[in-house]
Design a protein around this ligand. Structure first.
Ligand code: TMP
Length: 219
């Protein structure tokens, strides 16, 4: 039996982690074996690479360097965690994946999209999510939510993860448009959810979508 690979994408403060936890709890309750993971991260080595990427530093990292680090982390994560779980029949829910690289490093920072896609193919072949939920919301709202979460968190590590949030508004606008473009180009696997809705409504729509696709008897 083969599992099912779901990714959650969107800009800052869109509510991906909340949706991930909700889907995990509902699907587990329905008897599915579910693995919840995230990128960058998901293994001890990849989490160390995450710290380099998401924490502010005096040193400037180019978008190309970020992408190489992201794909090093992704390779470790896919080989050691995601593929084995899918082979064992798990539903894998991953908070961000390769679409984030196309948007954060490509659309938002101008790195050549073909270069990123070629790197993906060399490292992971045509490995891709079965379904991607894009949580979309206006940039100002997402940034305000994200900064508030970081100020209120008790997790010292999470509080320092603001290297991307601190970029200017035009970065975040390009990011949002990048995600919407990818969703338009890959309609077979993308579902856009309005992240301004209440989190329960967003989760309800995501579960209804899984049911409509005949993937789970989830709602
Ligand atoms: P998170 O805040 O959603 O956990 O994601 C961590 C940060 O890493 C977020 O600001 C986006 C950034 N990121 C990239 O720039 N490229 C990527 O490919 C991924 C997966 C994340």
């Amino acid at each position: 039996m083969k599992g099912f690979f779901i990714t959650l994408e969107g800009g800052e403060g869109a509510g991906k982690s909340t949706l991930a936890r909700h889907l995990h709890s509902v699907l587990t309750g329905r008897g599915h074996q579910v693995l919840l993971t995230r990128e960058p991260g998901g293994t001890p080595t990849a989490e160390r690479i995450r710290d380099i990427l998401v924490q502010r530093s005096e040193e400037n990292l180019s978008a190309q360097t970020e992408t190489l680090l992201l794909y090093a982390a992704r390779d470790v994560h896919v080989r050691n965690v995601i593929k084995p779980a899918l082979a064992a029949g798990f539903v894998v829910i991953c908070d961000r994946f390769a679409d984030s690289t196309l948007c954060y490093q490509g659309y938002a920072q101008g790195l050549d999209l073909n270069w990123i896609q070629n790197l993906h193919t060399q490292i992971l072949g045509d490995f891709s999510p079965d379904l991607t939920f894009l949580l979309d919301l206006p940039v100002n709202e997402g940034l305000a939510r994200s900064l508030k979460q970081k100020q209120n968190t008790n997790d010292a590590r999470e509080g320092k993860e603001d290297r991307f949030e601190s970029k200017d508004i035009s970065f975040h606008e390009k990011l949002r448009q990048g995600f919407l473009t990818l969703a338009q180009q890959n309609q077979h696997r993308f579902v856009i959810l309005n992240a301004q809705d209440k989190s329960e409504d967003v989760a309800h729509k995501a579960l209804a979508e899984l049911k409509a696709r005949g993937i789970f008897n989830a709602v």
